[in-house]
Design a protein around this ligand. Structure first.
Ligand SMILES: *Cc1c(COP(=O)(O)O)cnc(C)c1O
Length: 334
């Protein structure tokens, strides 16, 4: 099967399973798991921050960060279709009592900072306290550039806000910009990164930032039920992934280009965009049961109406891309 639904579908590699089987572990709630500590230290250093905390998912990571920055009745500024706002069950509001204030996003993937500025509430009893600006990079695979990230820093400094990055795919942005992950992380107070997307680990995210913010996040992680025991078994896979699978994301970006170029030549398809490891494609006419028909041929895709997002990852080779293109073309010409 060629699974193009997401970069979360990849399976742990044999090398990853080996390090998991042999990981040294301890009770991480007591701070005793050497593998977790090694992962946390490694990621903190890679992102140029003081501390980090290993968490179960990107959703939990962002929520711990938001709750570390904001108190009950505070507000955070967030992109109107950012993951944190749209796809995390409203956790900030539900569990954190943090009010989201959405801000329109530009085509570049950056928040409209003028809109963000004008959404900041005055210090007045009528309003929630605006406390935090939250960005996402990459977003829909789009890389938000360093200048934009730094412009956000200026805004938060003017207004004494915190600055959080949902960097689930920060690694893809770093590879695409050919900069170190720490350059992308530098303007932010906290950064969340996923190990289980393009890096291919089975589970886990890391939240990184200053000592006091990460201490606070660690407390929330416990309250959210995310403090785990001999979790070095899982952290070992994550550490292997960060050590070995960042550079290879360039292969995914090349495969995405290859897929986009191929799809563009197929009659009946329009490639809307290719951003890092993602390809956005639409059918120019209604094709009944396309998803099911492709599935029957061994290509797993997800369509919403006539549009699909196809995502490349470490289980997809250039040959798989070519095979998928042939099968898609055959199904469309039937
Ligand atoms: C996947 C994703 C998350 C959440 O990660 P989970 O591990 O699925 O909870 C957060 N932000 C972005 C941008 C993502 O793509």
């Amino acid at each position: 099967m060629i699974d193009l639904r997401s970069d979360t579908v990849s399976r742990p590699t044999d090398a990853m399973r080996d390090v998991m089987a042999n990981a040294e572990v301890g009770d991480d709630v007591f701070g005793d798991d050497p593998t977790v500590r090694a992962l946390e230290g490694y990621v903190a250093e890679l992102l140029g921050k003081e501390a980090s905390v290993f968490v179960s998912s990107g959703t939990q990571s962002n929520l711990c960060a938001l709750m570390a920055h904001c108190q009950r009745g505070d507000e955070y500024l967030v992109g109107a279709h950012a993951h944190t706002y749209m796809f995390e069950g409203g956790g900030a509001a539900v569990l954190g009592s943090i009010q989201p204030q959405t801000v329109p996003m530009l085509d570049s993937g950056m928040l409209d900072l003028d809109e963000a500025r004008s959404a900041i509430k005055p210090d007045d009893a009528h309003f929630a306290r605006t406390r935090l600006l939250c960005l996402e990079n990459t977003t829909d695979g789009k890389v938000v550039g360093l200048e934009d990230l730094r412009a956000g820093r200026e805004l938060v400094d003017e207004h004494n806000l915190g600055y959080h990055l949902d960097g689930a795919r920060l690694w893809n942005a770093a590879v695409e910009l050919a900069v170190s992950p720490s350059e992308i992380a530098a303007p932010f107070d906290t950064v969340s990164v996923c190990l289980s997307k393009g890096l291919g680990a089975p589970i886990g995210s890391v939240l990184t930032g200053s000592d006091p913010l990460i201490d606070e996040a660690r407390k929330w992680r416990k309250m959210l039920g995310g403090a785990m025991r001999q979790v070095g078994l899982v952290a070992a896979a994550g550490k292997h992934a960060v050590e070995n699978h960042i550079e290879r994301l360039a292969d995914d970006h090349r495969n995405a280009e290859r897929l986009a170029e191929g799809l563009a030549t197929i009659d009946g398809l329009i490639v809307d965009a290719q951003n890092t490891n993602m390809v956005f494609v639409s059918a120019s006419r209604n094709i009944p049961d396309l998803e099911k028909r492709l599935l029957a041929r061994g290509v797993i895709t997800r369509w919403s109406g006539r549009s699909s997002r196809m995502v490349l990852h470490l289980d997809i080779t250039p040959d798989d891309v070519d095979r998928a293109l042939n099968l898609i073309e055959e199904e469309l010409s039937r």
